[in-house]
Design a protein around this ligand. Structure first.
Ligand code: UDP
Ligand code: MG
Length: 334
């Protein structure tokens, strides 16, 4: 499905622009797996039905330190299929680190990421590939009708607003991991080797053309979500501090504004005292309220600064983001 368009260059030569159709490109499917034994059979059945229609594909499963039967099941799939590779991580490093491990191992020109719990239907993959074929560097899935609890949907709406603002690429759904990337984006993400990376946002910050298509979203087929409220909050903080200095700049601005207000406030108090003489009590509680408010702000400020220091610490420590223990495949290096 290659399309070509010829046009005359300034030197009079005929230059040809050839865009290779994504459906004809080698596609890698990257799937992080952490304790998903309940879902792997169904996942592989549905995924292989979709892949049967693609000319050139591979699947890279990353076992992110599963404690259930997942690794054994994945190895079975890889043993029976030379296009499947299993990257076994030494322990649980988290979904995004696992995806980076998969990015480093995959060879396709287009890379599709997918969750293993069947919340992202594999049947949507061809539509993502069409989006890449249309000339986009990244195509994101948008879970228009999300099958998660209400608090997750609410948190995610806020998360998407903030992420869109700091990455500078507006999207409805940064959390959906059903996404397709062109090779150069994947290479750049791998090169960044960033600790605590949030892949969809990082990838978008390198893409010229980004598209979003509505995709179906199902309830988790089996097992349970690996994210609790604390892990989600950690992910959001990572994202915020990983992409901008905005929070810290907002703090500085707030500091300046507070100082200015305070000067005004002091002026009013002084004037009041001059006109009406000294006042008693009453004001004390108001002052307490104001004080507590600023103590709160102070804690927030310290916390945010701590976040940045923490990130710097993670980077300078230079510890690997993940550790591969083994790669299981039928035809190594083919
Ligand atoms: N996952 C992983 N490592 C982790 C947590 C999750 O590889 O530490 C995988 C998990 O197996 C699944 C995907 O990431 O394939 C999404 O996880 P989950 O479904 O728990 O997230 P949710 O859909 O609740 O956001
Ligand atoms: Mg899920």
């Amino acid at each position: 499905m290659a399309s070509s368009a010829g046009k005359l260059s300034s030197s009079g030569e005929l230059t040809t622009t050839r865009r290779v159709g994504a459906a004809a490109l080698p596609v890698s499917i990257v799937i992080p797996v952490y304790n998903e034994a309940a879902n792997l059979d169904a996942l592989w059945r549905r995924l292989s039905a979709v892949l049967a229609d693609l000319p050139d594909w591979e699947v890279v499963f990353i076992d992110d330190g599963s404690r259930d039967n997942s690794l054994a099941m994945l190895r079975e799939i890889a043993a029976a299929n030379s296009r499947v590779r299993v990257v076994e991580l030494a322990r649980n490093f988290g979904q995004h680190a696992a995806i980076v491990a998969g990015f480093r191992q995959c060879r396709g020109e287009v890379v599709v990421t997918l969750d293993a719990d069947l919340q992202n239907p594999p049947e949507e993959i061809p539509r993502l590939l069409q989006g890449i074929e249309a000339g986009n560097d990244v195509v994101g899935g948008w879970r228009a009708e999300r099958q998660d609890q209400a608090y997750r949907r609410l948190a995610s709406r806020l998360h998407n607003r903030v992420t869109s603002m700091i990455v500078g690429v507006p999207m409805h759904d940064y959390g959906c991991m059903l996404r397709a990337y062109r090779r150069h984006i994947v290479d750049t993400v791998v090169q960044c080797d960033e600790k605590a990376a949030f892949i969809p946002a990082l990838a978008n910050s390198f893409a010229k053309r980004v598209a979003e298509i509505p995709v179906a979203h199902e309830e988790r087929a089996g097992g349970h979500s690996k994210y609790n409220l604390l892990r989600l909050a950690q992910l959001s903080l990572n994202l915020l501090t990983g992409f901008s200095l905005l929070p810290i700049q907002v703090l500085s601005m707030t500091g300046i504004a507070i100082a200015l207000l305070d000067i005004g406030f002091a002026g009013v108090l002084a004037g009041h005292r001059l006109i009406y003489g000294p006042q008693q009590e009453g004001a004390m509680w108001t002052l307490f309220a104001i004080l507590f408010f600023f103590v709160g702000l102070l804690f927030l400020a310290l916390g945010l600064i701590g976040e940045y220091v923490g990130r710097i610490y993670l980077e300078v420590r230079r510890r690997p983001t993940y550790l591969v223990r083994a790669v299981h495949e039928v035809n190594p290096g083919s």
